[in-house]
Design a protein around this ligand. Structure first.
Ligand code: MRU
Length: 355
């Protein structure tokens, strides 16, 4: 089975696998201009913290390549406008801000080096392109390394429960929490995965179940409210999830529904692993209370996916996209540099302090 490449550069354009069409249709689309890139991020055509960061990096390069600005001042001011728009497309996944800040750093360094030179804009574009390519390649390598470290941390655990989609689709390749499953498969180690469907946007049903089945991995889909009973039954060896932003104390924001899963795992003695590339660790955010949680439209609860509305007209809704799992419920944090254990204030600083 060919490896999924949900976000890539092709013909100097940002190309993504449109995840809103899955599992019905596997369609790649090329995006043009800042408006289309922001819209794709907001509507979750491209989603998952690492994939959003990679898409943003390729996206700003590709959209600036289309710019008609040929002098440095005009180019820079157009760049800053694009930067602000893309950087704020979604608020919780810190990979977006991290990737955009890396790209901005390149713009600034390259602009300073090329001030007053012929071909300044072309040189800056070339430096931006290199950085976007690096960000994508680093993400694939980090995911692969998390698979290796995850396999070690998981020991003999073979039956996993996961929430949302922290697989290949959420990254440039391999995934975070599902990477050990893919790396294991390459080595002849067979995992069984229970996937929470993940209301309201069904990333578990539409994406995790799809990508695991496509890869020939044993996957069983459950509704979110079945996870507690499953954990109590003893059928699950470990819970594996991704993360959108981890604070310095080890509190981790991930898809809404992760926190009660962690609490149930804690209660029933099932190890709970968060897979967190160092680009997702935000040492500037002290605790989970400081993480901004994206609020989304109530239509996702009341009407989406149904042929007719499944709630009374005008009902009030509450639709936070993420929750924060307290560090005390997290058995270990798997990063591309190794696995961190409590106390996280110390271990995360050691592992992610110098990026
Ligand atoms: O709203 P989404 O689909 O972007 O949320 C994705 C998640 O919550 C993932 O678990 C997280 O980004 C980690 S992905 C490797």
């Amino acid at each position: 089975m060919d490896r999924l490449e949900p976000v890539k550069m092709e013909n100097e354009k940002l190309v993504i696998l449109d995840q809103t069409l899955l599992p019905g249709e596997e369609k790649y689309i090329a995006l043009s201009g800042v408006g289309e890139i922001c819209d794709a991020i907001k509507r979750l055509k491209v989603r998952g913290a690492p994939a959003i960061g990679v898409a943003a990096a390729i996206g700003i390069y590709a959209s600036m390549r289309e710019s008609h600005a040929r002098d440095l001042t005009a180019f820079r001011s157009e760049y800053m406008e694009a930067h602000e728009k893309i950087r704020s497309a979604r608020p919780t996944a810190v990979n977006l801000m991290h990737a955009m800040d890396r790209m901005l750093g390149v713009l600034e360094r390259s602009a300073a080096e090329n001030e007053g030179r012929d071909g300044a804009v072309e040189n800056i574009l070339s430096a931006l392109r290199d950085e976007a390519v690096n960000i994508r390649e680093e993400d694939i390598a980090a995911c692969r390394a998390m698979g290796e470290h995850g396999l070690k941390a998981l020991g003999g655990s073979r039956t996993l429960l996961t929430h949302c989609n922290a697989g290949a689709l959420a990254t440039a390749g391999y995934g975070t929490a599902l990477s050990p499953v893919y790396v294991g498969q390459e080595r002849g180690i067979d995992f069984r995965v229970y996937a929470d469907e993940t209301r309201p946007l069904l990333q578990g049903a539409r994406l995790t179940a799809w990508e695991l089945a496509r890869a020939g991995i044993d996957v069983t889909l459950i509704c979110d409210n079945m996870a507690g009973a499953l954990l109590k039954s003893g059928a699950v060896d470990a819970v594996v999830v991704g993360c959108d932003r981890m604070a310095a104390n080890g509190d981790g924001a991930n898809k809404i529904g992760t926190m009660p899963l962690a609490a149930a795992a804690h209660q029933f003695g099932v190890p709970f692993y968060m897979f967190v590339p160092t680009t997702t660790i935000d040492l500037d955010t002290k605790t989970g209370a400081d993480i901004v949680i994206e609020q989304r439209s109530g239509d996702e609860i009341t009407g989406m996916w149904y042929e007719k509305p499944m709630a009374p007209d005008g009902v009030k809704t509450y639709n936070p996209a993420f929750d924060v799992t307290p560090a005390e419920f997290i058995t270990a944090v798997v990063t591309e540099r190794g696995t961190a254990y409590p106390p996280y204030e110390k271990s995360l600083k050691e592992i992610a302090g110098a990026r």
